[in-house]
Ligand binder design. Sequence first.
Ligand code: F6R
Length: 596
Amino acid sequence: MCGIFAYSGPKSNAPETVFEGLKSLEYRGYDSWGVVTQPGESSLQPKSLVVKKRIGKIGTNNINELPSSHIAIGHTRWATHGKVTELNAHPHLSCDGKIAIVHNGIIENFVKLQADLRASGHKFVSETDSEVIAHLLEEERKTSDLPTALRNVFSKLKGLNAVIAMELNSDTLVATTNGSPLVIGIAKGEIYMASDPSALLPYTTEVIFLEDGVIAIWSENMLRFASTKTGKKLEPTSQQITWKAQSAEKGAFAHFMLKEMHEQAAIIRSIAKKAESNSNFDYKKLADRIKKARHCYLVGCGSSWFIARIAQYVFAKIGVLITPIVGSEFLEAAPALSKDDFLIVLSQSGETMDSIKPVKLAKKSGTGIGALVNVPGSSISRLADITLLIEAGPEKAVATTKAFTATLMHLLLVVKAMDEKLFSKLDFNKVAYGVERALSTAKTTQLDRLAKKFQNDEHLFCLGRGVSFPVAQEAALKVKEVSYLHAEGLAGGELKHGPLALITEGTPCVVLAPNDETYADAISGAMEMKARGGFIIGISPQTHQVFDEFIAVDDLGLGTIFLELAVVQYFGYALAIAKGLDPDMPRNLAKSVTVG
Ligand code: F6R
């Protein structure tokens, strides 16, 4: 969940480079941040590394007081152990201030390690589990070089962790991981390390995704790799990232969320074009595995789970039963897996621990694994047998929008590879145009006005039927995570089984009423809510007298769900803006949920 960035090389502004890297990784955690570097010549503490840490977002902070240096490490935190304080922020130093570390993960046995270190005289300044690494390194360093010290320390840590370490008066950077993402960016005579490849784009596109159990050592202008366990030399191959640097920047948009919503039409067009030319998407391979499977499961968390739920309805239309299961419940909810089953995992980041666990279980059971992920080289993409990169480009806003659309579209194309008929009328170019229209100024002005009207409400309900039910759930998730307004996505038929009790005078009720077999029932639900005082916001190709506000979308059959999505995504965004919130970095959340 945390963001890690490190640099070593000829640039004398390493702290600044790292600070900029942290800004681009901040979506991974924004409770607090910190940068460590070598002391300057005029430093009052020449015997110690120097650190700047602050709580809160990076915002307009700077690191002007840090000296120029050729090496630095930085970290943005999403707190797990210990409150959000400056002392708990990374980097952490050893007692003598000569070793600094940043860490992502959870050290399960830190209490015991800490007690032993305390007993041998180490003083802890933070409440974090991470700090034990700095003290353990200090002990090991008495008898070994830094890489060996890190290897020895890592063997003592339980849990899934990634660590980068540096030391006083040295250009050496060492990094290792088991289960937390770390990417090495290679450029001439210098090295970058980050927890996400998008942060490396301004500097290099040549990367090595650090495999679990591998240590990367940058020393004296040389990059080496070895097994963390045995120290045996390894030679991983580098790969090129095809993402463009601009795609990870906000450009003229006020927020990443807004920019990413607006990228959706182009993404739909690009996927449709590639699908037509049959280039490099593995729809057939996935379709064959689904057809042959005894049971097929679709797994995801949060929005990715709602994509799985939408897909369930679409697969059902061609007579195929697939079971969507939320990642964190898979182990309990799914029957024992076998070789005859197939599991498809959906994950933008490819790093969500709750989705990785079912994948690991499937691996153990010999079950085939398909994956739809956005981040190349991510853990899930490496674990799966068939990985389909969704090619949405870097997604920076914590709330997913374009990755949702891209994943959903690829899944529809998998269904299409199994049965063309359902899609005979679905024209993705029209869908792309419809998304543009759904996000046109006329529509967004209407939604901004509604957001102002409801910004102080406590509850919002979103109603959908059939394939629009999980869209309604996604709408509610978008609204609550970025605007903190309590929102619930409901199946229309469920209203009278309980939720109606919550509808009072003026309660905002969003009703998804596509022009399909669910239209009449959607309108009935709207009537029931209206009769209890609900303010009905109808999203539909056709208006109805029950709607207090009508948001028109094009009538594109199954493709209408993409337009519903665009509207509800923007509504969530507009509510956040009306309330003066930052939709890109909602409170308590982080983009890549690497802890389970
Ligand atoms: C909501 C959102 C989250 C993610 C979830 C899974 O807008 O973005 O609910 O969908 O954390 O993340 P991935 O898809 O990276 O596994």
